[in-house]
Design a protein around this ligand. Structure first.
Ligand SMILES: N[C@@H](CCC(=O)N[C@@H](CS)C(=O)NCC(=O)O)C(=O)O
Length: 200
């Protein structure tokens, strides 16, 4: 199988971590992909019309996307337990992590895709407001889920927080989120996290 991926993408990192944690890393080769909404020349548009990564190409079926579908496929393929059946809370935790990434990535694209005089700061701040609310919600309501056995929600949140460090370090997401920051520091010790640190 081939994984269309980029080491800066938090969504691709989720998949990379699932591959490592479920013992399937050697089954997949990476295909370097790069792009953004106004430049998809380096993206696998022939197999994902949406033009986003990650995409998993298989020999025996259509390519899989997006990261949630790929992670579920890999979890089933390895008979792993990262997404327990009917664990709607864990899947909602994953949605919070992915939602933080969506907003954080859109903030980057606003700066990268639009000329400076066309950038709209209320829109950027609206994206950050989604992230700030999510950080508060994680700190006040989700720490017990983050403390349990490894699951896809934890992986998504860890990738999201690391991406905030990587692209939005000046926003200081740790301020007022001490428990979450401590959890992230401990989770980041996992070798699957160390082996997939974001890179430009
Ligand atoms: N919901 C998707 C989001 C994937 C995504 O936004 N990927 C970014 C890279 S971090 C991308 O491919 N962006 C290109 C674009 O928006 O055109 C997933 O979970 O895989």
């Amino acid at each position: 199988m081939q994984l269309y991926t980029n080491p800066a993408s938090p969504f691709c990192r989720k998949v990379e971590i699932v591959l490592i944690e479920t013992g399937q890393r050697a089954d997949v080769t990476d295909v370097a992909s790069i792009g953004h909404p106004t430049d998809s020349a380096g993206m696998p548009t022939a197999i994902n019309p949406i033009g986003k990564i990650p995409v998993l190409a298989r020999e025996d079926g259509p390519a899989l996307f997006d990261s949630r579908v790929i992670c579920r496929f890999l979890n089933d393929r390895a008979d792993a337990d990262l997404i327990p059946a009917n664990a709607w809370d864990i899947q909602t935790l994953e949605a919070i992590g992915d939602g933080i990434c969506d907003a954080a990535v859109l903030m980057v694209y606003e700066g990268r895709s639009r000329p400076e005089d066309k950038q709209h700061s209320p829109w950027v701040e609206g994206q950050w407001a989604k992230i700030a609310r999510s950080l508060d919600a994680l700190e006040s309501g989700w720490m017990s889920h983050l403390a349990g056995p490894l699951n896809i929600g934890q992986i998504a949140v860890a990738c999201a927080l690391s991406y905030l460090d990587f692209r939005h370090g000046d926003r200081d997401w740790r301020a007022g989120h001490t428990e979450l920051a401590n959890w992230h520091a401990a989770f980041s010790e996992r070798s699957s996290m160390q082996d997939t640190a974001p890179q430009t």
